[in-house]
Design a protein around this ligand. Sequence first.
Ligand code: NAD
Length: 338
Amino acid sequence: QKLGFAIVGLGKFAQQQMMPAFKECKHARITALVSGSPDKARKLAREYGVEEKNVYSYDNFDSIKDNPAVDVVYIVLPPGLHTEYTIRAAKAGKHVLCEKPMATSVADCQKMIEACEKAGKKLMIAYRAQFEPFNLDAIARIKKGELGKLRQITADHGRSVKPTEEPAEAWRVQKKLAGGGSLMDIGIYSLNATRYLTGEEPVEVTAQEFSDKSDPRFKEVEDTIHFTLRFPSGVLASCTSSYSIQEVKRFRAFGDKAWLDLDPATDYYEHHMTIGDKDGKRQPKIKEGNQFAAELDHMAECVLQNKTPKTPGEEGLKDIRLVMAIYEAARTGKRVKV
Ligand code: NAD
């Protein structure tokens, strides 16, 4: 059985990664499109076999409530619009899959959770790395004790943001739409990884930020932010996030017996694991898998089997709470308890 998904926002990520992934799904298919560009939507509707009557604009989106072909609304808009569209989808009686970061404030995350609870609908945040085979393998090895006692984690996410060259980057430097800079967009992968690798919630954060305010890209949002997280077991995580460096998406977990490195850790395809111990380094063979299709199928299975998603709204809220604590620590120079 395949559930019908409506894609809201037909931008770069939706078109290049997520829509093609539906072809590999067992339980999910695209049945509706929501866009502000009728020509683009019609063209994609033809390409994906979506009936023309199931193409919506942002204005008539609420009438999706009358469309039984749509079970799940998948929101792929800039973060500043996630709350509005999640609430509208829940009110239309649809389940919601929403892109990361969940929203631009803790209060907005709570409103999204409440709206879906009230409507009796599922809410899942699209943390694709938690469905990616190399990341799942890393989690399993740490859990099994392959690294010995876990002591520390380092995680780095960075790239060069180009708002004047790339249409998909323009909103990324606008506070209202992005909520923040590199931390909200990509540093969140470092943050989320420290939580799924330890299986714990941090209790304290420290942070430092640097943004060149003469660079027009960083008038509203931060460029580089370094943060540390202290976990209850004593694990310390040291993370970096930047919008002005060559692309990096990696982490390394250090135990008292071995370390495990994923570089890249959170790319779309082609991950790479190295494990180092007293006998040297090795690269375990792990089969690549389509994390996008796995994420979409998980959402559909949760609806079909009435299960709570692995990455529900509460998971997105936890990260946004921590993001806000990191910003506070960077602003005040003080340790922030969470
Ligand atoms: P994008 O700019 O290419 O797509 C955003 C879409 O929203 C565009 O089609 C745009 O026209 C539409 N839109 C509607 N109203 C808008 C408004 N007022 N201002 C700006 N755009 C508006 O960006 P993207 O890279 O595709 O990102 C979309 C979402 O997906 C974001 O939440 C982003 O964080 C997330 N994302 C997730 C991943 C991932 O790996 N999970 C990767 C990239 C992006």
